[in-house]
Design a protein around this ligand. Sequence first.
Ligand code: ADP
Ligand code: MG
Length: 278
Amino acid sequence: MIRFEQVAVRYADADRPSLSGVDLTVPEGELVLLVGPSGVGKSTLLGAVSGLVPHFTGGVLTGRVTVDGRDTRTHKPRELADLVGTVGQDPLAHFVTDTVEDELAYGMESLGLAPDVMRRRVEETLDLLGLAELRGRPIATLSGGQQQRVAIGSVLTPHPKVLVLDEPTSALDPAAAEEVLAVLQRLVHDLGTTVLMAEHRLERVVQYADQVLLLPSPGAAPVLGAPADVMALSPVRPPVVDLGRLAGWDPLPLSIRDARRRAAPLRARLAPLTGPDA
Ligand code: ADP
Ligand code: MG
C-alpha cells in the first residue's frame, strides 16, 4: 500500500540527508509502528508519505514514495487527502472550525461531494469514533483524547486508505491514549485501513503493531519486521522489553500481560535469592 523505493531526503543547507536508504513496503491493512531515537528522521519519513515532505518543508526527496500507486512527490498533500489522512501530536494546531461536527465536515470540502453524501459520512464518522454525543460541542471544551479523536475523524471523512500519525498519543494521559489506540485498532480491524504511526511512548503501542519499522540511528538502514524481533535489536524500547532481555526471554514480551505470563519461572528462580517476603 505504501511503497518506498530508495528514498532519501535532504533538507536545504543540511550537510547530510535526514533520511536515506529507505526501500520497503507497508502492506495494506497493517498497523506499522515507526520507532527510533529522537532526530533520526521519523517525522521526515511520515512526511514523505503524506506529501508534507518536500512540498511544505522544502528540501529534496530522491527515490520514490507511492501510496496506492500515487507518487507523493508529484501530488501535493491536498491532492492526497482522499487517500492519506495525516494526524500530528497536537490536534489543536490543526483545527479549522469550532465544533466537532463542522470539523468532520471540513475535511471533505475540497472533494466536491454531494451534500447528502457529506452528511452521511459525518454521521458514520461520529459513530465510528464514539463522538455522536459530542457533535455540537465546541472543540476547545473537549478533553485531549476527545480532541485527538476529532482530529482522526476529520481526516477519515474522505475515506482514506492510509492513516499517518506522528506521535498521536505522546501529549495524552494514559486513559486518553487508550481511547485513541482503541479507535486506531478498530480502523485497522474493521475497515482494513493501513496505519503508519510514529510513537516514542512505545509501551503504549508496541503490543498493537503488526510490524515495527525501526530507524536505528541517523544514516543507518531501516529495519522492518515482527515487533518482538525488531525490539530485540532496537536502541529504544519499553521497560517490559528491557525486563525480557534481562531475563533472556524469547520471544520478548511486548506487554505487561505477556510478561506476567512469562514471569512465573523467573519468580521461582528469584525466590531463594530474595527470601519469602519479596
Ligand atoms: P524525528 O521525528 O525522528 O525526531 P525528524 O524527521 O523530525 O526526526 O528530523 C530528522 C532530522 O532532520 C533532524 O536532524 C532535524 O533537525 C532535521 N529536520 C527535520 N525537519 C526539518 C526541516 N523542515 N528543515 C530542516 N531540517 C529538518
Ligand atoms: Mg518527530
